[in-house]
Design a protein around this ligand. Structure first.
Ligand code: SF4
Length: 335
């Protein structure tokens, strides 16, 4: 029996769904997945996945006609069960329209469209919350990603071309939400550059932030390069895998690092690890401002600080992050 998982949330959410995919694959073999076009390449190579249906819900697949079209494609596959980790009417409707007899979702979703409803345990890590859909008890599971030999070769060539040797530090300065962006990555990179090379990871939308970092390091004679405009998601995951440590905001690269086993320093501003999206490795560290009454101020983090001061991030110093990097021990040993 092939199961279907519909997960069209953000990239990080898709990565955090991989333990659920693995749990389902252990029972019935690799699963099929509907996910965003952006996330599809992350799952196409995953060992728990048989087939990926990319669904560009905000782009070319927008609208009811494309939704019905995809439902027809899925109906032909005759899935017995659909798992719906995303609290989305579109996902719930898709599984129902596809005629899938068992539809498993959370009670805070679209209960009338589900046949099986699970509680979303708010105190659990998101990975464990999602595993509950398959009745799997929390066990500290980590996400996983599968990088191809071609991805490895390309990343090796990219690093060699820029004379980057391990151990280097990866920085992920981006986030869709402005209040989740720590503003001092360039200063951090300048301080680190005396000891190590820097590689900036992110998407094309992070290229300007990356330039600020590479130019600041270059002015001091250090070595820094950006992969934001040239590397794919899987290749970025491979860069993070090769890094001694990743410094990141509360954003998708954090989950990439968890998947590839790289020590992580995660800087949290308007959100908090208690939301269930923090790192969970023994060497990982979180940098955050405790005791700020306005924090957290929203589930995702607003684009701009509603109070205008953004103290949740601006109060976190370069020294705070350098100390956290030291605590990982990452620059003192090879991984
Ligand atoms: S309101 Fe507080 S938590 Fe929210 S962005 Fe501003 S400083 Fe950060």
């Amino acid at each position: 029996m092939t199961s279907l998982v519909i997960q069209t949330a953000f990239l990080g959410d898709v990565v955090l769904t991989t333990p659920l995919l693995e749990a389902l694959a252990r029972r019935h073999g690799p699963v099929d997945v509907v996910t965003t076009s952006a996330a599809a390449p992350l799952l196409e190579t995953h060992q728990a996945v048989r087939r990926v249906f990319p669904y560009d819900k905000r782009g070319k697949d927008r609208g009811l006609r494309r939704l019905f079209g995809l439902a027809g494609t899925l109906r032909a596959e005759r899935y017995e069960a659909a798992y719906l980790p995303h609290r989305s009417l579109r996902s719930a409707a898709l599984a129902w329209l596809a005629g899938i007899g068992t539809r498993v979702g959370f009670e805070d979703g679209w209960r009338l469209l589900y046949t099986h409803v699970h509680r979303r345990n708010v105190g659990d890590h998101e990975i464990d919350r999602l595993l509950a859909l398959a009745d799997v008890a929390p066990s500290g599971a980590r996400p996983s990603l599968t990088v191809t030999p071609a991805d490895r070769t390309l990343v090796g060539a990219f690093l060699s071309a820029h004379a980057i040797q391990p151990p280097f530090v990866a920085l992920a300065p981006g986030s869709i939400w402005g209040t989740k962006r720590w503003p001092y990555y360039a200063e951090l990179a300048q301080r680190l550059a005396a000891r190590t090379a820097i590689v900036v990871v992110g998407g094309p939308e992070d290229a300007a932030l990356a330039s600020d970092i590479t130019e600041a390091v270059g002015r001091g004679g250090g070595r820094a390069v950006s992969g934001c405009a040239s590397l794919t998601l899987r290749q970025s995951a491979e860069v993070i895998h090769c890094a001694a440590v990743l410094v990141t905001n509360d954003s998708a690269p954090l989950h990439f690092a968890q998947a590839v086993g790289t020590p992580t320093v995660a800087v949290f501003g308007s959100t908090v690890p208690a939301f269930g999206f923090g790192p969970r490795g023994p060497r990982d560290r979180v940098v955050e401002l405790q005791g700020l009454p306005c924090r957290p101020c929203s589930a995702h983090g607003p684009a701009t600080c509603p109070l205008g001061h953004h103290l949740c991030m601006k109060s976190l110093t370069v020294e705070d992050v350098l100390l956290a990097i030291e605590e990982t021990g990452a620059l003192h040993r090879r991984n």
